[in-house]
Design a binder for this molecule. Structure first.
Ligand code: NDP
Length: 294
């Protein structure tokens, strides 16, 4: 079901512009912290030399520079033993100048990623991926929210897409994106359907969505026929095509004629994911300061 010729195209939600706004607001908070002699610090560990990981990390360091947050990146060789990664993590967990710690994923396959991730101090878990953070999210308690779904929520809010009372469909059920996304939409009043690779009739589910979040890692999985006219379509997917180009999970050219809002890839959820890491780092610094003053 494509919109008739001449139908207005969806509003394209600009994640880069949204991230810039977030940074402008964060600068004021960083300045306020400086008055108490606190400079927020983000530390990241990169194991190996995955090209995409290096780019993601570089974007986080740039975002730190832009907002006045200190960054400290530890590059470890690809064959680093588990103990060495854990020792580096322990050092950063203890460092008083570090407020947020993250592991750039994926880790090389010889490492136990689950165990290493769980060694991040919950007070510094700015990626929101420890079980303490995810458990708090399930329980509806304040926590560091995982950055990609937090970025999606921020984009929806900025675009004025109402979540309360909406029907949201999330395609993907990973612990990093799909599941926390569903919980966060539910917490904001949406009725949520979660789809995954075993779902029958994906198109039928998708067509009922007021808000459709695609996080499957399958290029152009979501086509115009699967979208309800006027829906907000948020594309989390980042897929490298054989010709080297990047594509999301949504067929942007077709879907933009049907949807009410749509995010591009690149330039949609990606920049806001980075922005949320910095938001969480500044928040971690503010929380520590408030705790030490209490
Ligand atoms: P995972 O591979 O961990 O999870 C993918 C999910 O999609 C799984 O739940 C899988 O189902 C489901 N799925 C796969 N194929 C289909 C299909 N044909 N129909 C319905 N569901 C399907 O990926 P992530 O959650 O980590 O990431 C998802 C995408 O988002 C990737 O492209 C990733 O690169 C991107 N990403 C983007 C970020 C950003 O900043 N923009 C950040 C993080 C991720 P099942 O569970 O049954 O296998």
């Amino acid at each position: 079901m494509t919109a008739p010729r001449g139908a207005p195209a969806a509003e394209v939600i600009d994640g880069t512009a949204a991230a810039r706004e977030v940074y402008a607001r964060l600068k004021a908070r960083v300045t306020a912290l400086a008055a108490s002699n606190v400079r927020p610090g983000l530390a990241a560990i990169l194991v190996g030399d995955n090209a995409a990981s290096k780019i993601y990390l570089r974007n986080k360091v740039r975002a730190c520079d832009e907002t006045g947050v200190r960054s400290d990146v530890r590059y470890l060789p690809a064959d680093s033993p588990q103990d060495e990664v854990l020792a580096t993590l322990d050092e950063l967990n203890r460092d008083p100048n570090v407020h947020g710690v993250l592991l750039q994923l994926p880790l090389p396959s010889h490492l136990d990623a689950v165990r290493i991730l769980q060694a991040v101090s919950p007070a510094k878990d700015v990626d929101g991926l420890t079980w303490a953070s995810l458990g708090a999210l399930v329980a509806g308690q304040p926590s560091f929210e995982p950055c990609t779904p937090a970025g999606v929520v921020a984009l929806l809010e900025r675009a004025g897409v109402g979540m309360d009372g909406s029907h949201a469909v999330v395609v993907g059920r990973s612990a990093i994106v799909g599941k926390p996304m569903a919980l966060m939409l539910m917490a904001r009043g949406a009725t949520v359907t979660i789809c995954h690779s075993r779902t029958r009739g994906l198109a039928d589910h998708a067509r009922r969505a007021d808000i459709l979040v695609a996080a499957a890692g399958r290029p152009r999985l979501i086509t115009a026929e699967m979208v309800k006219p006027g829906a907000a379509v948020i594309d989390v997917g980042i897929n490298r095509l054989p010709d080297g180009k990047l594509a999301g999970d949504v067929d942007f050219a077709g879907v933009r004629n049907v949807a009410g809002w749509i995010t591009p890839v690149p330039g949609g959820v990606g920049p806001m994911t980075v922005a949320m890491v910095i938001v969480n780092t500044v928040r971690a610094a503010e929380m520590r300061l408030a705790g030490s003053a209490a």
